[in-house]
Design a protein around this ligand. Sequence first.
Ligand code: S3P
Length: 436
Amino acid sequence: MSFQHSGPLCGAVRVPGDKSISHRALMLSALAVGESVVEGLLEGEDVLATAAAMRAMGAHIERRADGRWHIQGVGVGGLTQPAAPVEMGNSGTSTRLLMGLVASHPISVTFTGDASLSGRPMGRVIDPLTLMGADISASPGGRLPLTVRGTRPAAPIRYTLPMASAQVKSAILLAGLNTPGTTQVIEPVPTRDHSERMLQGFGAELTVETDAGGTRTISVKGGAELRAQHITVPGDPSSAAFLVVAGLIVPGSAVTVENIGINPTRAGLFGILQAMGADLTMTNRRTVGGEPVADIVVRHSPLTGIAVPEAVAPSMIDEYPVLFVAAALAGGRTVMRGLDELRVKESDRIAVMARGLRAIGARVEELPDGLIVDGTGGAALAGGATIAAELDHRIAMSFTVAGLVADAPVTIDDVAPVATSFPNFFDLIGRLRATA
Ligand code: S3P
């Protein structure tokens, strides 16, 4: 698919439900007692992989014609042996969180995935889950395919996260649900807290203490019953990010993205864009499903490069690829560091973005832990190159946005991975262009 500059983007749109919250809504509903209902679930491939796995382990999950999902849970401790390996596709979140769930059940589950997922490190969850008593045999380098042989009773641990990872935190907390005693995760750098919020909403005995230095200790008591819930999933800020940046960098644009989750552990990008000079406002603030939500209104703005503080990285970790694109259009230099985790996402997002941006005329310098971008000051990029998206949805969407400000077409070799997180992305881009 190819994209090239063709005028402003205008209008108001909604994006699909939050991916992180959708995974957790399915998993906790599948573990609860009774029937949960989930509205606004992201129906992307990653979340559907979680639904299929929870079904294979005994939950009854049904999508009704009105778009609501009805889930009959099995109760904490009630997951059953799946008949076959569970296929995780491209989804790291499904894999790591489900490994945690399986670890404290007496079942044995083999996880498989696509080429991208099979290259990603799982040692970060294998280590703590092994301490809890699970027996995990992985492919070389701690990768997929791998098999988790769970144990009951598992042993509670007190574990300090060696990297900022909500997936590792969540895997341990989920394992702790069916572990006697109190399981604790210590998080020196805060990461997205959807698991904590939703576990409390389902009635788990979970507490969070934050010390003077900002370190969080999350404690979950095993054995508590989860009660079925009605959950409304807000729009995904990580999906909104592509439309927001497009609205800011395409001349003449005025875009509203409605109903977006602005949980502070997720919304770092919006503040950084404001610090770069973006005309970006949040209106209609409210709470949906225990999460803060707003409509985000942007107008095309001249942006100025800044040094992005490393401390905000976890609150916008999935947004860096599209921030790199915004930086490529800004005036002056944007420095983004402390991003080692970006190298182990669906692709090595620092290397793949640096290569692609250079190919379309941006000035970038790759660092081991980040990127320095010298922007055009608003002038169009040259374009005229084909980008290898490396099975990474966010790479494909970032270069789509870059294409909207390119003189010659930017071609993306494979846009199929966009369906993992944002199935109607190209429709929405088309709608915003058509209404301009
Ligand atoms: C996620 C956590 C983040 C993020 C991923 C989703 C989650 O990964 O990059 O897209 O839902 O917990 P890490 O926790 O590994 O940083």
